[in-house]
Design a protein around this ligand. Structure first.
Ligand code: ADP
Length: 379
């Protein structure tokens, strides 16, 4: 049906659906991915991924570019063949089901709305395209469109064309279109990636509220850690085609499972050193810090700039102030530590009366919260 294809994402827009089992509660099903692998030529892009997503859960796939997020999402949708593993929607093995049989809703970054159709026609498309025996009546479709327009808070805009909408409105319409078919699972691939920062933040808050209303099983791909943390019930952090950690935003923030996760989810300074008998000593320093559970050997201490504080002289770590930068809401102090290859950053609140230390002065700093990881030079 080439004339009906959208302006972007043409060959991959799964909007013609035929639900083969009842999903009338709109909550979707749980999703189980077992040992899923995908290879492109000689590159293993997904490497035995296991992932469980509960019915009604919103899980973010977070990771740097190239870590395999989109490939995993597309594999769930049935948009590409996999080399090994299983995908179950509820009790049903969906591994060999077609895109159409999986009944997923998909939203892309680049809108992919039909330009020559009104907003209402776009939203109705998936229902109108159903075979006659499962197609709702004209009146039922019109009512569903009205409900969805209200749900995405665009009740007056059904008669407009996509070109008459802002980027944020287009993505709301795309979401309404994806939801129209009561999908088992809603899959969102960087849906706000093309929007400016302010709209992006508004939309992610809106999406979270919408999800609280609909309880739709949702997988959301993003490379933006703030977006993942604010939106998701759980976050899966991907690296090189594997899930390095999965947990609630609090678990990921408070107990990153690896140095990579720690570094990916926020700014971090690193101290080189070693662990001996459960204590970490940074190279070139006298102070030692508890590092329970870490075996003896080379290690690194990771600390966030807001978790470092100025200390009394003679305590903590000795450092020299290399640079002070004033940002909108804080002062950012760069510190050079003897024996350390990298600078450490320390954030100070920029409230009136806070005076930054002088550049070139010697100070003492103390990490209030930190994590120590064994340092494995091969990774
Ligand atoms: P992400 O979404 O995390 O940025 P992708 O899933 O898009 O990552 O890609 C993972 C890896 O697979 C990347 O190295 C990418 O270059 C590769 N890749 C993706 N699609 C293809 C393709 N069609 N052919 C070959 N390699 C691909």
């Amino acid at each position: 049906m080439p004339s009906l294809l959208p302006t972007a994402g043409i060959d991959e827009t799964p909007m013609i659906h035929e639900s083969s089992h009842d999903n009338s509660n709109g909550h979707g099903v749980d999703l189980r991915i077992e040992a899923l692998s995908k290879r492109y030529a000689d590159a293993l892009v997904l490497d035995g991924v296991d992932l469980y997503i509960g019915a009604g859960e919103l899980v973010a796939l977070l990771g740097p570019s190239g870590s395999g997020k989109t490939t995993l999402l597309r594999a769930i949708a049935g948009l590409l063949p996999i080399d090994a593993g299983r995908i179950l929607f509820g009790e049903r093995d969906a591994t060999r089901l077609s895109l159409r049989e999986r009944n997923v809703g998909f939203v892309f970054q680049n809108y992919a709305l039909f330009r020559h159709m009104t907003v209402a026609e776009n939203i109705a498309f998936g229902l109108r395209s159903r075979p006659r025996r499962t197609r709702p009546s004209r009146a039922a479709i019109a009512q569903r469109v009205e409900e969805l327009l209200a749900l995405v808070q665009l009740p007056e805009l059904g008669g407009r064309y996509p070109d008459q909408l802002s980027g944020g409105q287009k993505q709301r319409v795309a979401l309404a279109r994806a939801l129209a078919i009561d999908p088992h699972v809603l899959l969102l691939d960087e849906p706000f990636g093309a929007l400016d920062a302010k709209v992006r933040i508004e939309l992610r808050r809106w999406l979270r509220q919408l999800h609280d209303q609909t309880g739709q099983t949702t997988v959301f791909v993003t490379h933006d850690q703030d977006e993942a943390m604010e939106l998701a019930d759980r976050v899966a952090v991907l690296r090189d085609g594997r899930i390095e950690q999965i947990g609630t935003p609090e678990q990921i923030c408070d107990a990153p499972a690896s140095a990579h996760v720690f570094g990916f989810i926020g700014r971090a300074g690193v101290l080189e050193g070693h662990v001996e008998a459960g204590r970490f000593t940074p190279a070139g320093q006298h102070a030692a810090f508890p590092a329970e559970g870490i075996g003896d050997g080379p290690a690194r201490l990771h600390v966030r700039p807001h978790d470092l504080t100025l200390a009394m002289s003679g305590h903590g770590l000795g450092a020299r102030v290399a640079c002070v930068r004033r940002l909108a809401d804080k002062l950012c102090v760069e510190l050079q530590l003897p024996g350390q290859p990298h600078m450490l950053e320390l954030d100070l609140g920029a409230t009136p009366g806070v005076h930054p230390p002088m550049v070139g002065s010697e100070v003492a700093v103390m990490p209030l919260r930190y994590r120590v990881y064994p340092h494995l030079p091969s990774r």
